[in-house]
Design a protein around this ligand. Structure first.
Ligand code: CAA
Length: 699
């Protein structure tokens, strides 16, 4: 029998500490332990009240997600939560850390809840494709009211202890030692004779779905908008509605069936995969946890353009003083003014207040030339994408940076080994590839040149963590993981337009998969000239036998750079950002097709989907095979955070496994025969297809 839940007493209060590191997940051992110790306390004549508390860093952070793939074992969590209703002595949940999902449901089953000021609580289950299935959808509306309950349940974002108190979830905030505060709270309950609060009992006032039609519609809309294509937020709302229409036991019964359906759905499996994939990125096979990162107390950024500004803001937001350098005072003044505007925007949207804006702005200073970078522990170069420019910068940096400083380039595709080679300290040079806007995008591609020191890489990964980003490691190759695996999709999209598809058709197929924007609309947004310049710079290395993006070049030659030019793949009227199909694009495509001898035809949505997706998957397989990515799931995390690939599809490599590698390989071979060299099948894809293997799961 496990000892994951202890039994201690202080005066007439029993304390049940849950000890299941790292996050006290409510696995079978904890559930059994809770049942046993609750019954013991209920029967203990020396005990009048009970406190449930988490050991270590947190109150339970939820059910044990790893158990979801195994047969369920009793007692279920709902059994524990409902059992609390029958305990006649007051039970107090003492919350610190993160009481999430089943953890919050356990607390809701308790008769009272107290929390440390820094505690956070919420029901993030929708992010795993499920909903709070241990009566959270029934009890939370009764405790916090419908609007607040739906906010937590549908949006899946935790709230802090003070907000939770405002919502009625927490009865008291305990400053100082939580355990003794919780015991004192329990003693006061006893002294005052406060009756137990049973959160399953109907409390007048929840009302019917009709009474709350507007609130329910608001959360349905939010779910559609923020989690497009995802079913779990709607299942969660349906479950809450059941609680309004049925007695508690019937609603819980209905929940059980709905929960099992959700848990066994493809979406939930993919979302659980994404949860663990994200955590795997931090594990670098040959850089163990023991390798210490270098201390970063201040940073420098080279370049105050869009990228440099975003990086500076990201660093300053995490508390680091940052020096931004430029080549002229004018460029610095413009850069700092734009940074101030960015913070003004955050204030306007209510993200920070004026005082916080001033604090963050004060961390960013500007300077002309490199001299001010001598004290920086980390320097991120965000200059123009030109290898010679970057080499010149790194040679200069080598002269001014202090020993041990990490020197990072933000290049999105260049040879960082060559950049590192111009310095006398290649071990200190890494890539930090940010995504636009750098302060908001969660992905940070940490690139590992051949000579980079393990602690320099560890520092890059740690920087991702402290700046609230997900760091994913890549080795050096053209475009690293993210851009290299996405380029084939974009290339195929433009070929499809040349062959007869309308940009809107191509984009609709991709948004139909759950991506918020199609690749051509994204190109218009980021500017077609960006990849045009890259193609020009690589003209010398072009394979003459491979098909080329003539149409994309022609669009640029005609000044169709996208939104900023008012025209690209689409037309944009009156300076707006709304893409309007443009017959001119078709005329240009017809002309380029004629020049290239491309036959134009009707193209099916299936062909568009397969060509765009399989091109990316085939490249992903090559990236994996070459060791550029340590594992397939790293490629997936890149797509989730870099390109808004729908999380409920797991990522492109996970999607490939779902479709079946043999099927994909057969199509890749066919496309290779029809369209030529750029469809060379990946040897890894070929091998796995033959073996019946997978990218993301053991065979
Ligand atoms: N089940 C199993 N393992 C979990 C887990 C869970 N609920 N939560 C975290 N872990 C594991 C992580 O996989 C990680 O393991 P490794 O060290 O082996 O990679 C370890 O615990 C530490 O987690 P993090 O690296 O994420 O640590 P953190 O400090 O950055 O974050 C956290 C901690 C905020 C709790 C975060 O882990 C988290 O958000 N966890 C998931 C919370 C959640 O979704 N709860 C709901 C579960 S479903 C549920 O409860 C259903 C229900 O209604 C009954």
């Amino acid at each position: 029998m496990s000892d994951l839940v202890g039994y201690e007493t202080e005066g007439r209060v029993a304390i049940l500490p849950i000890d299941n590191p790292p996050v006290n997940a409510l696995g079978i051992g904890v559930r059994e332990g809770l049942m046993r110790q609750l019954d013991r306390a209920a029967a203990d004549d020396a005990v009048d009240a009970i406190v449930i508390i988490g050991m270590g860093r947190t109150f339970p952070a939820g059910a044990d997600i790893r158990e979801f793939d195994q047969p369920t074992r009793e007692p279920h969590l709902i059994g524990v939560v409902d059992h609390l209703d029958t305990i006649e002595k007051p039970v107090v949940a003492a919350i610190h850390g993160t009481a999430l999902g089943g953890g919050l449901e356990l607390a809701l089953g308790c008769h009272f809840r107290v929390a440390s000021p820094s505690a956070r609580m919420g029901t993030p289950e929708v992010n795993l494709g499920i909903f709070p299935g241990a009566a959270g959808t029934q009890r939370l509306p009764r405790v916090a009211g419908l609007d607040h309950a739906l906010e937590l349940i549908v949006l899946g974002k935790p709230v802090g202890a003070h907000k939770a108190k405002d919502y009625g979830i927490v009865d008291a905030i305990i400053e100082g030692d939580l355990r003794s505060g919780a015991v004192a709270f329990a003693e006061k309950i006893l002294a005052d004779g406060t009756p137990r609060r049973i959160s399953s009992e109907p409390r007048g006032g929840i009302g019917s779905p009709d009474d709350h039609a507007a609130t329910i519609a608001k959360y349905r809309d939010l779910a559609n908008h923020r989690m497009r294509g995802q079913e779990s937020p709607h299942q969660a709302i349906d479950s809450v509605l059941d609680g309004m229409l049925m007695p508690y036991p019937d609603a819980v019964q209905a929940d059980r069936k709905r929960f099992e359906t959700c848990k066994n759905s493809d979406q939930s499996r993919a979302l659980r995969y994404a949860f663990f994939a994200e955590r795997e990125t931090a594990k670098i096979p040959d850089i163990g946890k023991d390798i210490a990162q270098r201390a970063i107390a201040n940073a420098g950024v080279i370049g105050a353009g869009t990228m440099g500004r975003g990086i500076a803001v990201s660093l300053a937001d995490s508390g680091l003083p940052v020096t931004v350098v430029e080549t002229s005072q004018e460029a610095i003044d413009t850069g700092l003014a734009e940074i101030a505007k960015l913070y003004d925007g955050m204030v306007r949207r209510g993200r920070i207040d004026e005082a916080e804006k001033e604090r963050r702005l004060a961390r960013i200073t500007g300077a002309v030339g490199f001299d001010e970078l001598g004290a920086a522990d980390l320097i991120v170069e965000a200059a123009f994408e030109d290898l010679d420019v970057k080499k010149e910068i790194f040679a200069k940096l080598d002269a001014v940076a202090k020993p041990g400083a990490v020197l990072a380039t933000n290049t999105s595709y260049m040879d960082i080994d060559a950049i590192a080679a111009v310095t006398n300290r290649p071990a200190d040079v890494i890539g930090l590839h940010y995504f636009v806007p750098a302060n908001a995008m969660r992905l940070l591609e940490v690139v590992r040149p051949a000579k980079a020191a393990p602690d320099a890489i560890a520092t890059g990964m740690a920087l991702a963590r402290v700046t609230g980003k997900v760091g994913v490691l890549a080795r050096v190759c053209h475009g690293f993981i993210a851009n290299r695996s996405r380029l084939p999709l974009v290339r195929e999209a433009t070929f499809l337009v040349e062959e007869g598809a309308a940009p809107a058709q191509v984009d609709a197929v991709l948004t139909g998969l759950g991506m918020p924007m199609g690749p051509l609309a994204v190109s218009d947004l980021s500017g077609l000239d960006v990849s045009w310049r890259m193609r020009q710079s690589l003209a010398g290395q072009r394979d003459p036998d491979a098909r080329y993006m003539h149409l994309a070049d022609r669009m640029c030659e005609l000044g169709r750079f996208g939104i900023k030019a008012g025209k690209g793949w689409y037309r944009y009227e009156d300076g707006g950002r709304n893409p309007v199909p443009d017959p001119e694009t078709e005329a240009i495509a017809i002309e380029v097709a004629r020049e290239q001898g491309t036959e134009r035809r009707d193209i099916s949505d299936d062909e568009i989907r397969e060509r765009c997706l399989y091109a990316a998957i085939n490249e992903g397989a090559k990236i994996l095979d070459e060791g550029i990515a340590a594992r397939a799931s790293d490629i997936d995390v890149m797509w989730l955070y870099g390109f808004a690939y729908p999380r409920w599809r797991g990522g492109i490599m996970y999607t490939a496994d779902e479709i079946g590698l043999a099927k994909i390989h057969a199509r890749v071979q066919q496309f290779h025969a029809e369209h030529g060299k750029h469809w060379d099948p990946s040897p890894l894809l070929e091998r796995l297809a033959a073996e019946g293997g997978f990218f993301t799961r053991p065979t």
